[in-house]
Design a protein around this ligand. Structure first.
Ligand code: GLU
Length: 485
């Protein structure tokens, strides 16, 4: 690749739920690099997994990244010369390129059933081998393929990996990485539903969108050899690869919602300011200057060194985040302070949304702050509240909350109808009396015995904060079991 090639970087999120802090982290580093190099940042939606992708998640992602002040130059919402920027709208392009590989004998049709593939994997495991595709359909004759396709047999398209051999690529942060092709499967390129896999669509689109640098999370390193094989099969030049270190919990494990909230919506609701969040994310993985920790986006852009990103697992440290946030609150000045409170806490939309919940519950506005406090607080104090119903144990209550948490995590929508169904579903599944389930949930989510109707309250608290409080209530109940009050 020529050094003169303009810098074009991208983020390629899959819209499958609440926007994740990891997405903000990757976006920030791409954003800084694009600005510094006077390049372009592209936002491409990777929604080829039709079972999981959702249009409302996509909108939530746009608004959350914009809230953070991260903007892109090309994308589904802003357009650009290399669209469409939603992969589901590029299916024909992907199929066409897959066909090209089949015609060149670099890819093949595979008609193996899921059961057969499972049996093969089981047998390989039993023989102490690593599981993988056994090449069964690699050598079907053209006539056989034609007649099976004509008969409408379910099939996928796979890449024909030529073994033995190795694949090597350069990671701009880690150096050269070599993988033996024994470890690389004849990957599926087109799935049985006709949609491309992540690997195929990602490579084709990065090439067609003229991406010069692929800056993405470490978890994609294991996919990169597959991508390199695809670039080679097509005869295309490789972009430069940079895999950012994973964000970690304090105990070094990969950041996950079990240990820390990971939804950006949670941090927004908690009242973290965008510059504090960006500053915090930037410090993880990049040392701009040893003796300074507060950086504006301009300073970050000027000092950012893509190939000097540190690989020591950056720790997602809440204490540090709050410390930075405090700095930005002190620095915001009265005008910004007032604007923030008005727009983020008492916005017209939010106040209109909560009006039906409180209009009958306050006789004068002196009661407003107290009655609505559960909408604004973060962590609640359960110590003097009957969170465990009579005749039930803390562990039983905790189990009910855990079941509810599972449903919260699967939630695609967050409205009164959904929350009502979710609550009654869990209550029936666990065969609990309403008062043995709904009162503990009310206390866990609102910290009060007398909140407005529960489903409406849960909707207004928001999914991310509801999740956080239920998880905290579980921790409280676990403690209570060991240490009854
Ligand atoms: N769709 C992948 C994701 O959800 C993109 C990974 C990449 O950047 O290649 O993160």
């Amino acid at each position: 690749m020529s050094e003169l090639q303009p810098v074009r970087v991208r983020i390629a999120p899959s819209p499958t739920g609440d926007p994740h802090v990891g997405t903000a982290y990757t976006t920030l580093f791409n954003f800084l690099f694009a600005r510094q190099q006077q390049g372009k940042l592209i936002l491409r939606i990777e929604d080829t997994d039709q079972k999981r992708a959702r249009r409302d998640s996509e909108e939530m992602l746009f608004s959350t990244l914009k809230w953070l002040g991260l903007h892109w130059d090309e994308g589904p919402d802003v357009g650009g010369d290399y669209g469409p920027y939603r992969q589901s709208e590029r299916k024909e392009i992907h199929q066409q390129y897959a066909q090209q590989l089949v015609q060149q004998d670099k890819a093949f049709y595979c008609f193996c059933s899921a059961e057969r593939l499972q049996q093969v994997r089981d047998a390989q495991r039993a023989a102490g081998e690593s599981p993988g595709y056994d090449g069964h359909c690699r050598h079907l004759t053209q006539d056989e393929v034609k007649s099976r396709l004509a008969a409408g047999e379910s099939h996928v398209v796979r890449l024909k990996v030529t073994r033995p051999g190795q694949v090597t690529f350069e990671d701009g942060i880690r150096g050269p990485i070599t993988i033996d092709l024994k470890q690389v499967d004849d990957q599926v390129l087109i799935k049985s539903d006709g949609f491309p896999t992540y690997h195929l669509a990602n490579v084709i689109d990065d090439h067609l969108m003229k991406i010069s640098h692929v800056i993405r999370a470490e978890e994609w390193i294991s996919s990169t050899p597959k991508h390199v094989l695809l670039y080679q099969a097509f005869g295309w030049p490789l972009p430069k690869f940079y895999h950012l270190p994973l964000l970690r919990n304090k105990d070094q494990s990969k950041i996950s919602k079990r240990k820390n909230p990971v939804s950006l919506n949670y941090y927004r609701r908690k009242g973290i300011l965008p510059p504090a969040m960006l500053n915090f994310l930037a410090l993880m993985g990049s040392s701009f200057a040893e003796d300074q920790e507060i950086f504006s986006v301009e300073e970050m852009t000027a000092r950012f060194k893509l190939n000097k990103i540190s690989l020591g697992g950056p720790i997602f440290d809440m204490v540090k985040l709050k410390h930075l946030n405090q700095h930005y609150i002190k620095a915001m000045g009265p005008r910004c302070f007032a604007a923030h409170v008005r727009e983020e806490m008492y916005s017209q939309d939010f106040l209109e949304q909560i009006y039906p919940l409180f209009c009958e519950r306050i006789t004068a506005f002196e009661e407003f702050v107290d009655k609505t406090s559960f909408l604004y607080n973060g962590e609640l104090d359960y110590r003097d509240l009957p969170i465990v119903p009579k005749k039930r144990t803390p562990l039983e209550t905790k189990a009910a909350f855990e079941k509810l948490l599972e449903k919260v995590d699967q939630a695609d929508v967050w409205d009164v109808e959904f929350v009502e169904q979710m609550l009654s579903g869990v209550q029936q599944e666990l065969e609990l009396k309403p008062r043995d389930f709904l009162m503990p949930v009310r206390i866990a989510v609102t910290g009060r015995k007398d909140s407005p109707p529960l489903p409406q309250s849960i909707v207004c608290v928001g999914k991310a904060m509801t999740r956080f409080r239920l998880a905290k209530a579980c921790e409280f109940l676990a403690q209570l079991e060991v240490n009854p009050s």
